[in-house]
Design a protein around this ligand. Structure first.
Ligand code: PHE
Length: 459
């Protein structure tokens, strides 16, 4: 996973390698595919604002907690929680956080790999020039045709899973680190090129207004839950990925500053993706709330009308696929590192078994877009909707809330103060206030207003 050594576990060589790995985990389909489409479904501006608030006052403090717990314990999330519970003299049941994270990671990866498979297919389609000078209807048709074929979806889903497992099984080597070093900046550059395109598009003002004009009439409790879930998802929080990555972080690096850099990078990519996509939506009379297809229709459309669009479009989808792989790797890390540590098992073998199980589970998502598209399992939710809702809106925030409570109220604070380099009374109060009160209370309040009524409706 990382170079160097600390009692044999490995260690990131410096702060930037950690920033790259953590940003690699954070920046992914959540930013480029998901953020624009759920902002579209939730009415735009007000949602974006609520999302930014969630990132700032809930996401950042919880990421600090997670990385800090990982670095203090220096082991996989489940073991980390056990060790820390022992240290704090409380019940080992706190390891539940680690277990829930393993399950959440597994559920997320099951559909993440399906969508990332679409991106892989779009590398090929764009390279073939399928979208050159295409119309909005043509782009929508190409997307719908692809989705109607379970066999094709299964193929690309399998390919993505094989790639992920191959990398994970080899151990995340320096090769990957240096790849991230190149690909991430390139992704930024292409986003900026696309920003230029959308800036000149006829829908620019309307797109921007949609993203940033806050119309609070449309906001409900559910909007808060979705924005909160998205903040956790996009920052890879609440399931142990950041804890696992933090466990390889050298002692002398400031966690607070590093986390803020990661959150800013991640937020930039998400907002940029929105600013790219919505003007294209409005310039072509497309629907902002059309759901998961949003990126797969608007981006090919944009490249289809740009000079050398086939080339740049291909590169763009390659970068999206790559961003998805670096996130997928972190989704497997909590389960993988636990099994390797606990059973002294071979990394490769564990990776393959996890991959196969996850691929099978992913079939539920594959079929949600065709043969099971009306096979609702809860309310109006397909398997994909349900797995997505459960993992993102419930398990991640719940995991994050427990992590914050544990870090601030259960763990002995002298050790925490040392880890975080909290020297002044002001910082210590800020830490308690944000990590110990604001973040968990926000999650709790949103839960009480949205999730509880859901259960009483079902009962
Ligand atoms: N943050 C990743 C993305 O935005 C997804 C992810 C979620 C990765 C949870 C790890 C843990 O695409």
């Amino acid at each position: 996973m990382a170079s160097g050594s600390d009692s044999g576990r490995g260690m990131w060589s410096n702060r930037w390698v950690f920033v790259l790995a953590a940003a690699g985990s954070a920046v992914g389909l959540g930013n480029i595919w998901k953020f624009p489409y759920i902002a579209g479904e939730n009415g735009g501006g007000a949602f974006v604002l609520i999302y930014l608030v969630c990132v700032g006052i809930v996401g950042i403090p919880i990421m600090i907690c997670e990385v800090m717990l990982g670095r203090t314990a220096r082991s996989s999330p489940i073991h980390a929680m056990r060790k820390l519970a022992d240290k704090a003299g409380v019940s080992r049941h706190w390891a539940f956080i680690g277990w829930m994270g393993v399950v959440a990671g597994f559920l997320i990866l099951s559909y993440y790999a399906v969508i990332a498979g679409w991106a892989l297919n779009y590398v090929l389609l764009t390279a073939q020039g399928t979208f050159t000078a295409i119309s909005a209807e043509g782009a929508a048709l190409a997307y719908n045709d692809f989705l109607a074929s379970p066999i094709q979806l299964m193929f690309w889903h399998a390919l993505f899973m094989v790639l992920t497992i191959w990398i994970v099984g080899r151990g995340v080597s320096r090769g990957l680190e240096s790849a991230i070093r190149w690909f991430m900046p390139l992704l930024f550059v292409l986003l900026v090129v696309l920003l230029g395109y959308s800036f000149t598009s006829a829908g620019f003002e309307q797109g921007l207004a949609f993203m940033f004009d806050t119309r609070f009439e449309a906001v409900s409790g559910e909007t808060w839950l979705v924005a909160l879930g998205q903040a956790f998802f996009t920052l890879s929080l609440g399931m142990g990925a950041m804890m696992a990555y933090g466990s390889y972080l050298p002692e002398n690096i400031s966690i607070g500053k590093t986390v803020v850099i990661i959150a800013l990078l991640d937020t930039f990519v998400a907002v940029a993706a929105g600013v790219v996509i919505f003007p294209i939506v409005f310039a072509n009379g497309l629907e902002a709330g059309q759901g998961p297809g949003l990126m797969f229709i608007t981006i090919p459309l944009a490249f289809g009308h740009l000079p050398m669009g086939a080339l740049f479009g291909t590169i763009f989808f390659m970068l999206v696929s790559f961003a998805a792989i670096t996130s997928a790797i972190s989704l497997t890390e909590p389960a993988l590192s636990y099994l390797v540590e606990e059973y002294n098992a071979k990394r490769k073998r564990v990776a393959i078994s996890l991959g196969v199980m996850c691929w099978i589970l992913g079939l539920g998502t594959v079929f949600s877009f065709n043969i099971w598209s009306t096979g609702y399992i809860v309310g109006q939710m397909t398997v994909f909707d349900f797995v997505d809702y459960l993992s993102q809106n419930i398990m991640l925030p719940l995991g994050g809330m427990l992590i914050a409570v544990f870090a601030v109220w259960v763990l002995p604070q002298t050790a925490v103060g040392e880890q975080l380099g909290i020297k002044s009374g002001f910082l210590s109060v800020l830490w308690k206030l944000l990590g110990g009160v604001v973040a968990p209370v926000c999650v709790l309040v949103i839960f009480v207003y949205t999730v509880l009524p859901l259960f009483s409706n079902l009962a």
